[in-house]
Design a protein around this ligand. Structure first.
Ligand code: 5GP
Ligand code: ZN
Length: 116
């Protein structure tokens, strides 16, 4: 079941209510280090507004999705050699555990050790 907006952890990160290591942000999106990195570079990029997954974001707010992909790409290019993956787990059976849309920026070739 989806978290309500009131207890959505990524809404709280977007509003600053819960701390996160912010990498970069725009008016519409925030990028921050994943708390449990699974690649040498592992950053999450989220819309500041709540959408349950990337499909809802794409259909409801395409401008915000474009902004998210642009911010994620900028962070990836700044922090890696240019080889990176942008992925969106969608649905619990695909591994989604936080039901606020988010892209995973991962890379095996960071420019420098980073993440904490
Ligand atoms: P999902 O499995 O939903 O695609 O990805 C959720 C991601 O959010 C996981 O990689 C997990 O490590 C990360 N995550 C969960 N809670 C927090 C948190 O409070 N802070 C940060 N920075 N990352 C989190
Ligand atoms: Zn949310």
């Amino acid at each position: 079941m989806e978290a309500s907006l009131n207890d959505c952890i990524f809404c709280k990160i977007a509003s600053g209510e819960i701390p996160a290591k912010i990498v970069a942000e725009t008016e519409l999106s925030v990028a921050f280090w994943d708390i449990s990195p699974r690649q040498p570079l592992h950053v999450l990029v989220i819309p500041k507004s709540h959408y349950g997954n990337v499909a809802e974001l794409a259909f409801s707010d395409p401008d915000s999705l474009i902004d998210l992909v642009q911010l994620g790409s900028r962070v990836a290019l700044d922090h890696s050699t240019g080889s990176f993956r942008l992925s969106f787990n969608t649905g619990s059976e695909a591994g989604q555990t936080v039901f606020h849309a988010h892209g995973h920026i991962t890379s095996r070739t960071p420019k420098a050790a980073s993440g904490d």
